[in-house]
Design a protein around this ligand. Structure first.
Ligand code: NAD
Length: 358
């Protein structure tokens, strides 16, 4: 396993490995860049096939957080952590406390929060050992869960995409397909329904599909059909890499705006979308509502109105990206990367082939 020569290394400031034999914790923390402030990013627990898969994930996600926070105008750098293990079988309070000890070794250069496989309750246990943890603000309506803010940010960014693509400010009758109606996707669906959109949903969990059908009147489609629908806009809210050679040619939509991280299988797919006339809302820009929320939680100054106003800036940022892309002929993903790099002071010759989303 190489670290410094790893394809996703991209000048990380720090990569730390930790093993606690007593609890079985095996974890990696990656700090990509702290030019704008301490790095903040979620702690993912996943049964990685091997160490290299875990390293690859944490490096890609960590770099993406630098771009996401810079773009969201936060005084934060980019970092991420991964715990190697199955969250349903191997997560114990001892293991989470050991993760707290690991966080302390970085002295605040990295602050953690929820991610796939970790919850608000887990953050509270980690917080028994360290102050470098966020996403667990007591007393808030959402109890620290960033998903509602992520969904609201996606909604705002989606409206900017609709305004740019079709020159309209309302969503009445707009046909939207949503892949994944989980924490973020369902909340987004609700906001869209309230705004008058017609919904088509898929999910691998039938319960989640049923909830969207019964509560929101959505039309259920299969996991495969979602790519073939004759709808206006596609909102990926499940997996990464779903915009690829196989799926893009099937899409009939005019715009893509969703919460999922790393939607483009490869950076070149942004150009393929552009050639097809599909407006793409860069994922790490549109899904920044969650990190904005966590940022204010971490500051200890959580004012819901202030958080909402900050999230609404996603709409303005998105408009700027779309306009600059039109003016320069670049892809929206490329424009977003350039703006983020200007903001965090990227010094190096950039590796354009590497996607920045996380
Ligand atoms: P979640 O696990 O609650 O929801 C994801 C849903 O997608 C689940 O219901 C799952 O069953 C479904 N799904 C998985 N594979 C699928 C497939 N092949 N086809 C259809 N459905 C499928 O996760 P979430 O918190 O809602 O996050 C959704 C996406 O948004 C993820 O990519 C996540 O990384 C990203 N994201 C989330 C947040 C946040 O605040 N939760 C912030 C930024 C980005």
């Amino acid at each position: 396993m190489s670290v410094f020569s790893h394809p996703a290394y991209d000048n990380h400031e720090e990569v730390a490995f930790y093993h606690d034999a007593k609890s079985g914790l095996k974890a990696i923390i990656a700090v990509h860049n702290t030019n704008l402030g301490p790095s903040l990013g979620g702690c993912r627990m996943w049964p990685y096939a091997d160490d290299n898969e875990a390293l690859n994930d944490v490096l890609r996600l960590s770099r993406g957080m630098t771009y996401k926070s810079a773009m969201a105008g936060l005084k934060l750098g980019g970092g991420k952590s991964v715990i190697i293990g199955d969250p349903r079988k191997e997560k114990t309070p001892e293991l989470l406390r050991a993760m707290g000890d690991f966080l302390n070794t970085l002295g605040g250069r990295y602050i953690t929060a929820e991610d796939s496989g970790t919850s608000v309750a887990d953050m509270k246990i980690i917080g028994e050992r360290t102050e470098f943890v966020s996403g667990m603000t007591a007393g808030q309506e959402h109890g620290g869960d960033p998903s509602p803010s992520t969904a609201y940010g996606v909604f705002v960014g989606l409206k900017a995409a609709v305004a740019h693509r079709w020159g309209r400010t309302d969503l009445n009758g707009l046909k939207v397909s949503i892949q994944g109606v989980g924490n973020v996707g369902f909340r987004l669906a609700k906001l869209l329904k309230e705004a008058g959109a017609e919904l088509f949903v898929t999910d691998i969990f039938q319960d989640n599909v049923d909830r969207a059908v019964n509560e929101l009147g959505a039309t259920a489609v299969t996991a495969d059909e979602i790519f073939d629908l004759d709808v206006d806009l596609f909102a990926p809210c499940a997996l990464g890499a779903i915009l690829n050679d196989n799926t893009i040619e099937r899409l009939k939509v005019g715009a893509i705006a969703g919460a999922a991280n790393n939607q483009l299988a490869e950076e070149r797919h942004a150009a393929v979308l552009r050639e097809k006339g599909i407006l793409y809302a860069p994922d790490y820009v549109i899904n920044a509502g969650g990190i904005i929320d966590v940022y204010y939680q971490q500051l200890g100054e959580y004012n819901p109105e202030q958080v909402k106003a900050h999230i609404e800036n996603i709409g303005t940022t998105m408009q700027e990206i779309f306009q600059r892309a039109d003016e320069t002929g670049e892809t929206t993903a490329h424009v977003a990367d350039r703006i983020a790099e200007e903001r965090f002071g990227h010094q190096d010759t950039l590796n354009d082939a590497d996607s920045a989303a996380a």
